[in-house]
Every structure is written in structure tokens, then in C-alpha cells.
Design a protein around this ligand. Structure first.
Ligand code: NAP
Length: 529
């Protein structure tokens, strides 16, 4: 099992630094409903206060194929999850657009693979520079389409851009090997070559970073890509296309085919089964990942799968309570609980349990502010849609019906249909849904345990294994637990574990392969002897 450890040895993080903010104010200005189909960028700007004043070049609604902006026969609406107001109508690509994008990517691959690593590196670096130059506009696009608080959206843009920077550097460090064979006078050479066209399918919760984490590595390796972004968040993917074009990335290297949820299945199948595609790179739910694995199996394609998690967050008796609470806030409530590495289950040892629950509840009350992501001080935006709210509500109701206690929160938030109160439950037991299904929302359920063996058994009693966290000041326990947790990434006295330098990925049904780090580029390279 490949495990990445993040170790924070001592010192409590100050609670205020991650979730600083003031009270919620009513939002100034309002959103205007969409007047009709297929608006241009200029119209689109007018729809949402959050997008007003953005560069028209970045607000794209057409697909981007072979370096050209192409409308589709139909369009689909994209909504602001905070207000439900329409942000704009986007090209709804179908199978024919998908096939055309694959062809464009394949044609571009035939020349892109011949471009020197230094030149690829320099173009990726220009793309990175343009992201940084446009960081404020890009962050506002993320907040408008995903609801994420603006401060977090800024954080995502840096994280996203850093993958382009990182892989611009890695592009020049793809080496082969010389092998001494059994024959005295013969040596074998190993070359690394780009796999070809990659089909890239991404989720809505990190509309920019989930793209660059894949595309940075692919493009650095000499591959070309066809990106299908999530229905809810196509604008970030399209803005990246504009910047790729401005950076001089050749036509066909980066293609984007947005589509509605209604078309996702057939568009996904078209790009994932096309013989011109050599690689499928997916981030999303385990359920969808399994469908795409079937496509890959039928045509024997390489895959990278970044799928769902059910992260345990364990607090041992020896833990520093303040440090554990700060980590719990950061790991649970980032993006309103909608990240794949969000803690899903809190396991707290009996001796520290009451102190931890009390301090966690107080910290939640003090630091979490529900509101529109554009509001100064908001730390908890809306969930992506009402279905997501229904899932959190179902997990809370199920737990309470089986004996859990609501410490704080527990119901929908008065701000609107996509908002839910940050919720802490105690007296949680393993028969409750929230302990074995990914909630993907602002719910922290606490299970009490007695021994280290019991905690590890509970943590590992699942068929997924993406991230895990634990808090302990006992060095021997730290090594034991880190090695026994069945996950791809472990945060030790640390609640935030993602960085471009480190490998990201899971074990069991949380996925296949690793992204970011020095290993990420290998996902897009073949070995040839
Ligand atoms: P999802 O439903 O699997 O959707 C992800 C992407 O797949 C979207 O673009 C979606 O399109 C598309 N899709 C859905 N069904 C498809 C099909 N049959 N064929 C081809 N494409 C299809 O996941 P989600 O609910 O958006 O995202 C949340 C999940 O992603 C969580 O489980 C989370 O843990 C996981 N995630 C994992 C990581 C990681 O790195 N491991 C990172 C972030 C999120 P539509 O949007 O049009 O439905």
C-alpha cells in the first residue's frame, strides 16, 4: 500500500487563521434571471453580481475544440448554487462533438509529442503565469458556479496553477534507463513516451484544480486531452482553455466539451471507448468510476481513477485537544464538507471524548459562518444542489432515529434550499448511514472508542481508502497507526494534506494511480524497451 504521511509534530494551529471572518450580511445587489437561450459572454456578465466586470475573454459558453470556440446545437443552463439564478447557457455537446474533439486531440498529438520537453515546459509555464495574472477573475468564476467561499476559491486557483508550474518543471525530467542484460555485450535502453490522447472527466467540487492536476501532467508528458467538465461547473474549464490559447498551447492539445448531465453518459462513453484515446483519467464518485473502468476494459486503455473516500479522523487520548479541533475544522468543513478528503467519521477515545466534543462544538459556533460565497466572512457556502442537501438531511435523520445526539446544527439553513447548518452529532454508532456512506456535506459524526485496535478496526471497516487523519502525541503510536490505516494519504496531527509536491490518490475502491508529485507524470507515459 502506497501511503503518503503528513506529519505535524507539535504546536496547536490558531483556530482563527483558517476560519476567520465576520458576521453574515445580506448580499448587496441581486442576480438577474437568464433572459433566454445561448447568451454571449457580454450577456452572461450581466446575470450575476459575482461575474459582473469579469473579462469577456474568460467567460466562455462554447466548446473549445482544435483551438476554436464552437457552439453546439443545444445549450444547457448553469446556475449559481447560492441563489439558483442562471449564470448562463453553455454548449451542450453530444457524441458527434465528442468524436470531433478526440480527432482534434489525436491530430494535435501527432505533432505535440515531437515538441521538445523544454518547449512544452515553457508553454506550461506561460499558462501558469496567465492563471496567476487572472487569479481574481478565475476565483470569482469558481465561486459563482460552485458556491465555494471566495477565499477558498482563491486558494483553489493557486493550488490549480501550481500543478501547471510543477509539471512545467517535471516535463524536463522524464528520463529513461540503461539496463545491463545477461549477455555481456548487450545493453537494453528504456524510453518513456507519451501514451497519447487522454479523456479527462472531472467533478464540480474543484472545478479548476481537478483539471490542471491531470492536464498539467498529460501535457508535460507530450499527451493531448479532451476534457469533459461537470455540468455544474463548466466555466472554469472554459476559462482555462482561453488562457491555454493565450499562452500559445497549440490548437488541439487542450479541448473542452461541456455537456449537460443528460448527455454525460453517452459523451463519456464516446470519449472513453474511442480507439484514438489511449488513457482515461477520472475524478469523481466510485459509482461512475466503475462505469468508466468497464469502458477502459473493453478497449484496454490506461486509467487513473481518483474516486470517493470515507476519511476517518481519529483523536487518541494523548492528543492536544486544540490542535485536534483546528484540524477537525479544516478537514471537515473545507468547501462545506464537499471534498473527497473531508473527514467523514470522527473516532474519539473515551478519555478525551467529552473535552473534544465540547471544544469542537464551540469552535464550530465561533468560526463557521454560513452565507453566499461572495460575502466577506463566509466560510460555509451552499451545497452544490438540493440533492446534496437531501443526503446530509437523510444522514442526520437516520443517525438521530438510531440514537445519535445533535450537539449543534442538524437542519436546513434558513438562507435557502441549498444551505445546511454545520452539524455535530455525538453518540454515533456504526449502524448509522453516516459512518459507511460518504456524506459530502457539513456533518461531523462522533463515535466513541476505547482502544487503538478498536479505532483501527472501525477506520478500516470500509471498501474505500482515500485519506485518514489522526491526532496523537505518542511517537510509537504514530508509527503504528500510520502504517495500519488502509488509506492512500495520512494526516498526522494535520488536517490539510494536499500539495502539488506530494502524491495524491487512494487504495481499495478509492482509486487507481497517483496525481501530482514526481509520480504524477508517469500516469501519462509508456515504457518502451
Ligand atoms: P460524479 O457524479 O461521478 O461526476 C463526476 C464527473 O463524471 C462529472 O463530470 C459527471 O458529469 C461525470 N459523469 C457522471 N456520470 C457519468 C457517466 N456515466 N459517464 C461519464 N461521465 C459521467 O461525481 P460527483 O458527485 O460530481 O463528485 C463527487 C465525488 O467525487 C465524490 O465521491 C468525491 O469523493 C469524488 N472526488 C474524488 C476526488 C479524488 O481526488 N479522489 C476529488 C474530488 C472528488 P455530470 O456533472 O454531468 O453529472
Amino acid at each position: 500500500m502506497a501511503t503518503c504521511f503528513w506529519l505535524r509534530s507539535c504546536g496547536a494551529r490558531r483556530l482563527g487563521s483558517t476560519f476567520r471572518g465576520c458576521r453574515l450580511h445580506p448580499r448587496a445587489g441581486g442576480l438577474v434571471p437568464a433572459p433566454g437561450p445561448a447568451p454571449g459572454p457580454a450577456q452572461l456578465r450581466g446575470y450575476a453580481g459575482g461575474l459582473a466586470g469579469l473579462s469577456a475573454a474568460l467567460l466562455r459558453t462554447d466548446s473549445f475544440v482544435g483551438g476554436r470556440w464552437l457552439p453546439a446545437a443545444a445549450t444547457f443552463p448553469v446556475q449559481d448554487p447560492a441563489s439558483g439564478a442562471a449564470l448562463g447557457m453553455v454548449a451542450d455537446c453530444g457524441v458527434s462533438e465528442a468524436r470531433a474533439a478526440v480527432r482534434a486531440a489525436y491530430e494535435a498529438f501527432c505533432s505535440w509529442r515531437e515538441v521538445s520537453a523544454k518547449e512544452r515546459s515553457s508553454l506550461l509555464r506561460k499558462w501558469y503565469n496567465l492563471m496567476i495574472q487572472n487569479k481574481d477573475d478565475l476565483a470569482r468564476i469558481i465561486t459563482a458556479e460552485s458556491g465555494k467561499p471566495l477565499k477558498e476559491a482563491h486558494g483553489e486557483i493557486f493550488y490549480s496553477a501550481f500543478f501547471l508550474e510543477w509539471f512545467s518543471e517535471e516535463a524536463r525530467r522524464v528520463y529513461g534507463d540503461i539496463i545491463y542484460t545477461p549477455a555481456k555485450d548487450k545493453r537494453a535502453l528504456v524510453l518513456k513516451q507519451p501514451v497519447g490522447v487522454a479523456a479527462v472527466i472531472t467533478p464540480w467540487n474543484f472545478p479548476s484544480a481537478m483539471i490542471t492536476r491531470k492536464v498539467g501532467a498529460a501535457v508535460a508528458a507530450g499527451c493531448t486531452v479532451v476534457v469533459k467538465p461537470a455540468e455544474d461547473t463548466p466555466f472554469s474549464a472554459l476559462a482555462l482553455a482561453e488562457l491555454a490559447s493565450q499562452a500559445g498551447i497549440p490548437p488541439g492539445v487542450y479541448n473542452v466539451i461541456p455537456c449537460s448531465r443528460k448527455n454525460a453518459k453517452e459523451v463519456g462513453e464516446a470519449i472513453c471507448t474511442d480507439p484514438l484515446v489511449s488513457k482515461i483519467s477520472f475524478t469523481g464518485s466510485t459509482t461512475t468510476g466503475k462505469i468508466l473502468l468497464h469502458h477502459a476494459a473493453n478497449s484496454v486503455k490506461r486509467v487513473s481513477m481518483e474516486l470517493g473516500g470515507l476519511a476517518p479522523f481519529i483523536v487518541f487520548d494523548s492528543a492536544n485537544v486544540d490542535q485536534a479541533v483546528a484540524g477537525a475544522l479544516a478537514s471537515k468543513f473545507r468547501n462545506t464538507g464537499q471534498t473527497c478528503v473531508c473527514s467523514n467519521r470522527f473516532l474519539v477515545q473515551r478519555g478525551i471524548h467529552d473535552a473534544f466534543v465540547k471544544a469542537f462544538a464551540e469552535a464550530m459556533e465561533k468560526n463557521l459562518h454560513v452565507g453566499n460565497g461572495f460575502e466577506e466572512g463566509t466560510t460555509q457556502g451552499p451545497l452544490i444542489n438540493e440533492k446534496a442537501v437531501e443526503k446530509v438531511e437523510k444522514h442526520v435523520n437516520d443517525a438521530v432515529s438510531k440514537g445519535a445526539t445533535i450537539v449543534t446544527g442538524g437542519k436546513r439553513h434558513h438562507l435557502g434550499k441549498n444551505f445546511f447548518e454545520p452539524t455535530l452529532l455525538s453518540n454515533v454508532t456504526q449502524d448509522m448511514l453516516c459512518t459507511h456512506e460518504e456524506t459530502f456535506g457539513p456533518l461531523a459524526p462522533v463515535i466513541k472508542f476505547d482502544t487503538e485496535e478498536e479505532a483501527i478496526a472501525i477506520a478500516n471497516a470500509t471498501d474505500v481508502g482515500l485519506a485518514g487523519y489522526f491526532y496523537s502525541q505518542d511517537p510509537a503510536q504514530i508509527w503504528r497507526v500510520a502504517e495500519q490505516l488502509e488509506v492512500g494519504m495520512v494526516g498526522i496531527n494535520e488536517g490539510l494534506i494536499s500539495s502539488v509536491e506530494c502524491p495524491f490518490g487512494g487504495v481499495k475502491q478509492s482509486g487507481l494511480g497517483r496525481e501530482g508529485s514526481k509520480y504524477g507524470i508517469d500516469e501519462y507515459l509508456e515504457l518502451k524497451k
